[in-house]
Design a protein around this ligand. Structure first.
Ligand SMILES: Cc1ncc(COP(=O)(O)O)c(C=O)c1O
Length: 463
């Protein structure tokens, strides 16, 4: 069937195609035995539209991705222009202008000496790349036993076997074990769930959490630990900002033990918290930044690992090389889209907009605290998690069965039916995650609040 046949075919042709042939990610396909697959056919600004013409507020910017909003034809124009000129050429010992220009631009935007840009097709591939680079680097500088990675409970870093080993979500890992050896986990920075001895002071909690990293390095042996991977604001688990002083202390610990600090900014880069790189808000210098998603606002697939000069140095002379790459990394069309996206973000002052409006976003969401099921609202910029509880006072969470019934069985669908696309997640405690396009303002914040209020109030009565 051609695209035209399919699009102009019987009313259910696309549903049938999706149900019979499309293998969706992290999806319980059984859910669609008696239901249509939600089919998104168009986007405009902060909204998307279904095949049935329903307007939905995109409360997750696709997947923390569509920074400048849907329907920006300039990005398609940039893609076409590049495709007409040079649709494809690989970066295997050859360069093309867009990859070179974008690499230079990212190096300028990245903090300190993060000057070497290795392109990938997405975030997980950049995480995988970083781990390989780190292992290779330590071999080349005479520390061949350094290979292990410390990362945090509940964190998500991608689905390939290395990235999954760094990921801290048991259900996503267990079916695929054994994974790449060497991934070790430490507590994350969910202050709402801090252990009792440090749950009264955020700074103290931050010091404790950072010290868990040092403990892990010492227990594993500094000669074996190569790097710490963390997101400046952790997504999975429901948006954990770093407590004051936490990232500085992690930096100190890493430096003390010659362990590299990798900031996985797959979500947080490109304006999500009002900075091109979130790590700049916290004033900490990493050795590597991982980025993807917002780099192109999702108009083309692209990611990058941005590494320091120090990490590149052993590969810079003689016959040495980093024996790694892919066909599509640094794709000319994706690079052209990224360049245009960064132009737009700069011209339209997207970071400034997020900084100006983030307080209002927070205040609007915080109105939801008068619904008893709302336990904790946390985040930065346009990036928030709302943790749901059975009891606001005791912070008692749902049992797995209650989570299944209330979160998956009701809230998730009801939110979409009520006109918002966002994510409900119970990889840790149950949360609703929000990350609208970075052009959102009071209008969308208000709409989000109204829908959430309605749905969460109903969910509250189901407890
Ligand atoms: C922090 C983080 N790292 C890595 C990834 C994986 O990125 P991708 O899906 O582009 O491979 C994600 C995806 O959401 C992420 O949030």
């Amino acid at each position: 069937m051609t695209t035209t046949d399919l699009l102009n075919g019987a009313p259910n042709a696309l549903q049938d195609a999706a149900k019979n042939h499309l293998w969706m990610y992290f999806t319980r396909h059984g859910n669609f035995a008696n239901h249509d697959v939600p089919m998104i056919v168009r986007g405009e600004g902060c909204y998307v539209y279904t095949d049935k013409g329903k307007k939905i507020i995109d409360g997750l910017a696709g997947l923390f991705t569509v920074q400048i909003g849907h329907g920006r034809t300039e990005l398609g124009d940039a893609a076409k222009k590049q495709s007409d000129k040079l649709a494809f050429f690989p970066l295997w010992s050859y360069a093309h202008p867009m990859a070179a220009a974008l690499a230079e631009r990212l190096a300028h935007l990245a903090p300190g000496d993060l000057n070497k840009v290795f392109f990938t097709s997405g975030g997980g591939e950049a995480v995988e790349t970083a781990w390989k680079l780190i292992k290779n680097y330590y071999k080349l500088i005479g520390k061949p036993t350094k290979h292990k990675i410390i990362s945090r409970a509940l964190s998500y870093h991608g689905t390939s076997q290395g990235a999954l080993s760094i990921t801290g979500i048991p259900f996503a890992k267990i079916p695929f074990e054994p994974l790449v050896p060497g991934g070790h986990k430490v507590p994350n920075t969910n202050f709402y769930r801090a252990p009792q001895h440090v749950n009264h002071d955020e700074k103290e909690f931050g010091i404790w959490a950072a010290d868990q990293i040092e403990q892990a390095i010492l227990l594993e042996g500094p000669d074996s630990v190569a790097a710490v991977f963390l997101e400046p604001v952790q997504n999975s688990g429901g948006c954990f900002p770093p407590p004051p002083g936490y990232l500085d202390r992690v930096r100190e610990i890493c430096t003390r033990h010659d362990v590299l600090f990798v900031a996985d900014e797959t979500i947080t880069a490109f304006g999500r918290i009002g900075e091109t790189f979130a790590i700049n808000r916290f004033g900490v210098q990493p050795d590597i930044i991982i980025c993807a998603k917002g780099l192109t606002s999702g108009y083309a697939p692209m990611g990058a690992m941005i590494a320091s000069d120090r990490l590149f140095e052993p590969f810079s002379t003689g016959t040495s090389m980093f024996a790694h790459g892919s066909t599509f990394g640094g794709h000319p069309v994706a690079a052209a889209v990224a360049m245009k996206n960064l132009d737009i973000m700069q011209d339209e002052k997207i970071n400034e907009h997020v900084r100006e409006k983030e307080g209002i976003f927070r205040q609007t969401l915080e109105k939801l605290y008068n619904i008893p099921i709302v336990g904790n609202i946390r985040g930065e910029g346009f990036f928030y998690g709302i943790e749901l509880v059975k009891d606001q006072k005791t912070r008692e969470s749902f049992t797995p069965q209650e989570s299944e019934r209330i979160l998956r069985g009701f809230i998730s669908n009801e939110l979409f039916e009520s006109g918002i696309y966002c994510r409900t997640d119970d990889r840790g405690d149950p949360v609703v995650q929000l990350a609208p396009a970075l052009i959102a303002d009071e209008k969308q914040f208000g709409e989000i609040e109204v829908i959430l209020r309605n749905v969460l109030s109903k969910a509250n009565s189901m407890i």
